[in-house]
Design a protein around this ligand. Structure first.
Ligand SMILES: CC/C=C\C/C=C\CCC/C=C/CC(=O)SCCNC(=O)CCNC(=O)[C@H](O)C(C)(C)COP(=O)(O)OP(=O)(O)OC[C@H]1O[C@@H](n2cnc3c(N)ncnc32)[C@H](O)[C@@H]1OP(=O)(O)O
Length: 263
């Protein structure tokens, strides 16, 4: 992978007071420890500055996020892997449990962890094109953690979520729209951001405390479930990394990605 040029995230506040958080880890915004730490810090900043809303997007022209960086899971240093996993848990708790309004302008592919980040927001607008979105873990021979599944069940009907999770279904933009995995499609990134802003403006006349408490109450179940089981969840992740069969599956998957990229 090429050396990182520039900061891993950009956090700016536009004239309407909306925070725009842009992931910037070329080529595919795969979520390694450092990117997750930067996303976490930005979410803290948005919360601290009492910004009313945030739009999550990517600087890539074709990928929102490729999900977790597989190199964090392949033959890892277990101490780093533990910090990696707890940082991912923190990011999800901060984003899914945030009191401010959140929307994702999905300007490209959003597999696995990329889909998770977008589903953790309250509204999703995806740019039209040959992009796909979904939780594809079973295709890699791995199991999405319960809180990934909970987030999907919070977004689309449980029957559709079970079918999508077990079959590792990657949805096209039209399919995602039909099932409710995204709320709107857009012609390009600027249009996606405009549509996210339109969603955010719907709350102009809603008292913000009532909105925030309602959001947090409706999201409480999945949040409490992870908070109660964090250590066990981390232990399962580390146990999974120690499994030789899983390491073999990851090695084959990395090879297939590299072969595809070389074509
Ligand atoms: C009971 C069980 C209990 C516990 C188990 C616990 C935990 C397990 C949980 C695991 C959860 C995992 C969630 C995840 O997010 S796993 C990651 C899944 N992601 C993917 O499968 C996406 C793979 N990537 C792609 O499909 C494509 O890259 C993409 C469509 C995103 C973009 O395609 P494009 O053609 O634009 O780029 P490529 O040429 O494919 O890639 C460019 C280079 O980037 C590398 N790459 C791609 N994705 C990743 C990744 N996720 N991690 C690391 N590196 C990645 C790719 O290899 C290319 O590299 P080079 O060849 O250029 O070096």
């Amino acid at each position: 992978m090429a050396a990182q040029a520039g900061p891993l995230v950009d956090l700016s506040i536009d004239n309407d007071g909306i925070a725009i958080l842009t992931m910037n880890r070329p080529p595919v915004n795969s979520l390694n420890l450092e990117l997750l730490e930067e996303i976490g810090k930005s979410l803290d900043e948005v919360a601290k500055n009492k910004t009313k809303s945030m739009i999550l997007t990517s600087s890539s022209p074709s990928v929102f996020s490729a999900g977790l960086d597989i190199m964090e899971m392949y033959k890892p240093d277990l101490k780093r892997a533990e910090i990696f996993w707890t940082t991912l848990q923190d990011v999800w708790i901060k984003l899914f449990g945030s009191s401010y309004i959140t929307a994702a302008a999905i300007n490209g592919h959003a597999p696995a962890g990329g889909c998770l980040l977008s589903m953790s927001c309250e509204y999703r607008v995806m740019v039209e094109g040959k992009y796909t979105i979904g939780l594809n873990e079973t295709a890699l021979g791995i199991v999405a953690p319960t809180w990934f599944m909970d987030t999907m069940c919070h977004t689309i009907p449980i029957r559709q979520a079970e079918y999508a999770l077990t079959t590792a279904r990657m949805f096209t933009v039209d399919e995602a729209l039909q099932v409710g995995l995204i709320d709107e499609s857009a012609s390009d990134k600027a249009d996606a951001i405009d549509k996210c802003k339109k969603f955010i403006r719907k709350f102009d006349k809603i008292p913000s405390l009532a909105r925030a408490v309602t959001k947090q109450k409706i999201r409480e179940g999945p949040l409490v479930r992870l908070q109660k089981n964090r250590q066990q969840d981390t232990a399962e992740f580390l146990g999974f990394l120690k499994n030789p069969k899983i390491q073999q599956s990851l090695e084959m998957y990395i090879q297939s990605l590299k072969q595809k990229a070389a074509k």
